[in-house]
Design a protein around this ligand. Structure first.
Ligand code: ADP
Ligand code: GLC
Length: 475
């Protein structure tokens, strides 16, 4: 078996705020058949240390950015893990990135520099006989690792920087340079400087051997000023090194044939029962339009403010919305208000994995009106569970949903609805299309059937990652 280290700030089933956790959790299993053995490095948040137990201390650092750090090797939930225990950085209440009040931890740059530092040490020194040929870094939280490694000279492993979301740059004031153990000579436009600050993501983008993102369309979009978020120039220079590899979903966890949320899915009666149960759970009455769902972080990226404006186009025609989400306080309040105003809108503010399964099981459609979407996973759950995706024409949504154009409908290949641009007007049009397609049961059933046939697992993408690992590997 060949060896690779995956470096991430979240990973299912241990800690999750978004799709990164799903991908990090899936990669080891997806890559095993191609001969790549992954170990995953995670910060020792209290919940993780509690869940995985003590394991064995395999590396220590007396001064890990202001306190001692211990690397624990442990197997949990089928994953081979390195967990970085460093109480001064991770032992606190709150989320991985935010305190209980929803504000970034002020020492985030150091917290994740420490993670990256340990990744570089594992890469350069190995742990016992286990020395990775590849270090695969996810998002800004792992961004310093390729830079640290590139400073360590010969004998280092190959490095890959994967962008799951270009909106988060991991910025720190320039004054923290020495504290973050960054070489002064690389603070500049062609190094890790971003408009006078330090950017952990940019460090990874300049220093890694190869760059990836999570869909081919987002890889193309990242080269443009509109989506590149200030990194597009750098990425155009490195376009040869950048590839877009589409995410899959865990088709074992998301399996309509075995999911208790949707027993007997194969019979139309199964979906009907799940839908009735979902309506009841959300307190929605019977209606003759489609029952649409949203399961999402509530953030600017997801375009849900636009959905609030477009709601009349759905509910006035008998459509309904059940939303599960949390995040931006103003959006939470706006959705609560929308639910009070429309009997056909019902909202749960929170995070609830089980409920999300029941929602995909019972839904006719899933809405994803994102302003940008590197890949997106909920449209994939929708395809698999017969909840037709209504999505913005952007990023991974382009690559995963075949829009119901007249031609695609005639040739019987469509799987969903796409709209563009992300405005209330365009979304309202898409919602009206959804209602009218839904009211032609034959067509709707075809969309559902096509979607359910689509491959949404890791079969297609795992070999692409394996090929990339083969290319960058350094023994
Ligand atoms: P992002 O990573 O940008 O949030 P993705 O679509 O890639 O978007 O992944 C989001 C993941 O988080 C999906 O697995 C989705 O089902 C899950 N999710 C988001 N919000 C919630 C919620 N409130 N409750 C349960 N699951 C959620
Ligand atoms: C990010 C993106 C999302 C993607 C996920 C996993 O959070 O916003 O589009 O699916 O990462 O790669």
């Amino acid at each position: 078996m060949r060896k690779a280290l995956s470096v991430t700030s979240e990973c299912v089933p241990l800690i999750k705020t978004g799709g990164l956790a799903d991908v990090a959790g899936a990669l080891p299993g997806a890559l095993a058949p191609s001969g790549w053995h992954l170990r995953t490095l995670l910060p020792g948040y209290p919940s993780i240390l509690k869940a995985v137990g003590k394991g064995k201390v395999v590396m220590e650092d007396a001064d890990l950015f202001g306190g001692p750090g211990k690397l624990r090797s442990v197997t949990a939930a089928g994953l081979k893990l390195f967990v970085l225990e460093a109480p001064h950085l991770y032992d606190r209440e709150g989320g991985p990135y935010l305190d209980a009040a929803g504000k970034d931890w002020p020492d985030n740059p150091r917290r994740f520099a420490a993670l990256s530092w340990m990744a570089a040490r594992i890469g350069a020194e190995g742990v016992g006989t286990w020395k990775p040929e590849v270090v695969h870094c996810h998002d800004w939280q792992a961004g310093f690792a390729p830079l640290y490694l590139s400073e360590m000279g010969e004998g280092r492993p190959g490095t890959i920087m994967s962008v799951h979301n270009m909106a988060f740059h991991g910025l720190a004031p320039a004054a923290e340079r020495a504290a973050l153990r960054l070489p002064a000579r690389r603070f500049g436009q062609d190094g890790y400087e971003f408009w006078g600050k330090i950017s952990a993501l940019k460090a990874g983008l300049v220093a890694a051997d190869r760059l990836t993102t999570v869909s081919p369309s987002y890889a193309r979009e990242l080269l443009t000023p509109e989506f590149g978020m200030g990194m597009d120039g750098l990425l155009r220079q490195r376009a040869q090194d950048l590839s877009g590899i589409l995410n899959g979903i865990d088709t074992g966890a998301w399996d309509p044939a075995t999911d208790p949320a949707i027993a007997n899915f194969k019979s139309p009666a199964g979906k009907k029962r799940a839908k009735a149960a979902l309506r009841e759970e959300f307190g929605l009455p019977e209606a003759d339009g489609p029952l649409c769902i949203v399961v999402s972080r509530l953030s600017e990226q997801k375009g849900l403010d636009v959905l609030i404006e477009a709601l009349p186009a759905l509910v006035d025609q008998g459509g309904q919305l059940a939303l599960l989400g949390s995040g931006d306080r103003a959006l939470e309040a706006a959705f609560r208000k929308a639910a009070e105003a429309h009997p056909y809108v019902s909202v749960r503010i929170g995070y609830d994995e089980d409920l999300s399964h029941r929602m995909f099981a019972g839904a006719d459609a899933v809405l994803v009106p994102s302003r940008f979407e590197p890949c997106g996973l909920t449209q994939l759950y929708g395809l698999r569970y017969g909840a037709v995706p209504v999505v913005a024409h952007t990023g991974g949504l382009i690559d995963t949903v075949i829009p119901a154009s007249p031609m695609a409908l005639r040739s019987g290949i469509a799987t969903g609805i796409q709209f563009h641009p992300v405005t209330s007007h365009a979304l309202a049009g898409a919602l009206m299309d959804a209602v009218s397609l839904y009211k032609s049961p034959g067509i709707w059933a075809m969309l559902q059937k096509n979607g359910m046939k689509q491959a949404v697992g890791w079969e297609a993408s795992a070999p692409d990652y394996a090929a990339l690992y083969d290319e960058v590997a350094r023994p």
